[in-house]
Design a protein around this ligand. Sequence first.
Ligand SMILES: [Zn+2]
Length: 489
Amino acid sequence: MNFKIIALSALSALCCISCTEKNNETYDADLNYTLLYIPEAQKVHVKLKYHPVQNDSTVLVYGNPMFGGQIDIFDGFQNAVSSAEMKVDKDNHLIIVYHQGDEAIELEYDIIDTQKEGPNVASEMFRPMIQQDYFFCHGMNLFLQPQVEREMTQSVRWQSLPNFPLLASFDPANRGDQVTIKTVEQSLMSIITGGKGFDIVEIPIGDTNNYLGFKPNGHPDVTTEKVKGYFETAYSAMCDFWQDPATRPFTLVIAPFQHTNHSMSGTALIDCFSSKYNPDTKILLTENNTHTLTHEIGHHWIGMKITLDERHQWFGEGFNDYLTYWLNTSKGFRSEQGFEEEFNKLFENYFGSEIRDTPNDSILTHFWEGGDYTWLPYWRGTIFAFCLDGLISHQSDGKQSLRDFMLTLKQKAEANGEGKPLSLETFIETLALFLPETEVNSLVHRHMIDGQPLRLDKVPLIPGCKITYENQLPHITITDPELFISHFK
Ligand SMILES: [Zn+2]
């Protein structure tokens, strides 16, 4: 095949190459990728072959603006050529391939490392890094998303690998030497990484092998062994909490990143959390960093398996955050002083906020203003989950807790189809199995939908703590640490 490589720096371009493929060639999957690692040029050369499934043209998207740092991501998509007529629309992140009939299409392009040296904002941490001794790329920055109605599969084959082992969250047992076939969605919402000094550790939990990819920074307290201990304990605790035997492998990736003010930051992907930490870190597993990790891994359940629609972030973020406190306190990653401090900070932030009373349906319209609007659903949902925990515990004479409600909600989500959002009505109906039906509807509507703050000294609490009010501000004190922690066991 004689490819004429054309650099595409203009807004859009047309190019065409000759193709010798036969119409009847069969492929492994709907889309078939071959990847060549070319470290000296800091790029991966990508070859894609497929049979068209739509008439006239195929529209393919590169990058995902919903994820941070993706606005100019198209600068890293270069040298695209195709066996058919093709238009590259840089502004809209689109590649449009025009075809006739079902003749096989070949498309080639390079993914270039466009990472800049110097101070970085959090969202830039997740752009492709393609180096001699380190590779980091999210699937959405390597593969293309076809605009096709039906679910599609894709195969991935490495023609030339880097000289270090790779970890791909869509097929974490494979070091790149075998062909992988997964759905396009699984492949896009993934991380592929590896490097010199990057440890890949297999962690069996139940019948499933899970994976940790970790790059230590050389400080004696920041070791693979310690991170492995955290992941093993926290992930097992989550599987136990959710009575979920974890049938699919989960992958946790943690790597240091250049110069950043953030201690830890990451992105939840399918069956995976991809994160970066400050390379100057001396203690990695602080209470706050383990909170970030458990919260993000927690989205494997709340957010992936159990969701309300996106308007109800008080559930997706707030309930997930309360369960993060629950799990980290029960496993000793959060001390009772740490719980008190963080909850009292949460009360100050929420009850002291000028936008405290914003109705739920107005939060999204203010989302881009940032600040308190970003955090209001977290604060509101965490405090509500804490109150429901106390109410359910009180109602059942200590026999049940928020966990029983969450497990019932998980059953409803499974019956509804994984990832398909449950309605607010289902949330309320399920809660009414644990609390008086007459109270439940007004509790949810008054506090989560209309946005009125709860009066915390008017509700029964989980055992071992008390709330006092000073200047309209609640303050939590853990009065009996043993009793308090035993609630979460
Ligand atoms: Zn979250």
